[in-house]
Design a protein around this ligand. Structure first.
Ligand code: GLV
Length: 320
């Protein structure tokens, strides 16, 4: 029987899939993540690893696992924690969990758009800090999103789902994407494909939905902030390293942009100190896929990939 190691705590729904298939996963059951040292020990002899996005799957870990390793099944759609080239060169299959977290993540993108443009977190801080306040015609005015332009960077499933929500709120949509999208979807959204520079200069809200890799590292940095409108907002629900976080702090200080809503951070879980006391940013702790049903679905999809591979079948959602 394949030795399957689940390297982080995942919902029971995922473990059940493995058990029902007759597999007996060795699963980490503590809320606190395993130390690296422990991880390198636990993976020894595994044929399949089920991993979380907090675990770095690199050559060191692959060597520690051993040459019998067949697959790494990530419980996340993003797989920037995995050195896919190192896996490929060892013949190790990598899978992720696309589809099942699309709506949950797009909901968070829309939430951040509304929170940052309407100053909702700032308003909540006023109430919670018991600061005196009074309704007033000029009190805590934000920016409406109706008739404004959303610029989507990365028009995959989550980008499209975010665009749909924004359209329902009266926004128009432009996008920058490596891949072509279905023309019917683009027509329904009335979405126009543009260059990154045009997206930056035309958007009132820029929302990031592309994968994090070498080519998107610091895709948004100092030169890009200078191209944005001083009234525009940046929202990131994809991965932190796509944005140069220090350049973001500098752009906010210089009022090159109006604000940012962030669910992900460059050096997660560390947050750049320069962001912490700013009222023009909304900061939430990587909650994009954090609903019970979504996490169950992610764990089940990763487990089904593991089952397929252990039975010699093709995985459902391979990467690359
Ligand atoms: C969450 O961030 C994911 O990539 O699934």
């Amino acid at each position: 029987m394949s030795k399957i190691v689940v390297t982080g705590k995942i919902p029971n729904a995922g473990l059940e899939v493995l058990r029902k298939a007759g597999l007996n996963p060795q699963a980490w059951s503590q809320d606190v993540a395993m130390s690296r040292e422990e991880l390198l020990k636990q993976v020894q002899g595994a044929e399949i690893l089920v991993t979380l996005l907090t675990e770095k799957v690199d050559s060191e870990l692959l060597d520690a696992a051993g040459s019998q390793l067949k697959a790494v099944c990530n419980v996340a759609v993003g797989y920037n924690n995995i050195d896919v080239a190192a896996c490929k060169s060892r013949g190790v299959t990598v899978t992720n969990t696309p589809g099942v977290l699309t709506d949950a993540t797009a909901d968070i993108a829309l939430a951040l758009i509304l929170m940052v443009t309407r100053r909702l977190a700032e308003g909540e801080r006023v109430i919670r800090s018991k600061t005196p306040w009074q309704w007033g015609m000029h009190y805590m005015l934000g920016t409406g999103i109706t008739n404004r332009v959303l610029g989507v960077i990365g028009m995959g499933a989550i980008g499209i789902a975010t665009a749909r929500r924004a359209k329902a709120c009266g926004m128009s949509v432009i996008y920058y994407s490596r891949s072509e999208i279905d023309s019917k979807i683009a027509d329904d959204l009335g979405a126009r494909k543009v260059s990154l520079d045009d997206l930056l200069s035309e958007s009132d809200v820029v929302s990031i939905h592309c994968p994090s890799n070498e080519s998107t590292h610091h895709l948004i940095g100092a030169p890009q902030f200078k191209k944005m409108k001083p009234t525009a907002f940046l929202v990131n629900t994809a991965r932190g390293p796509i944005v140069d976080e220090q350049a973001l702090v500098d752009a906010l200080k210089a009022k090159e942009i109006a604000g940012a809503g962030l669910d992900v951070f460059e050096f997660e879980p560390k947050i750049n100190e320069g962001l912490l006391d700013r009222d023009d940013v909304v900061l939430i702790p990587h909650l994009g896929s954090a609903t019970t049903e979504t996490r169950d679905a992610m764990a089940m999809l990763a487990a089904n990939n593991a089952v397929a591979i252990s039975k010699g079948r093709s995985p459902l959602t391979p990467v690359g």
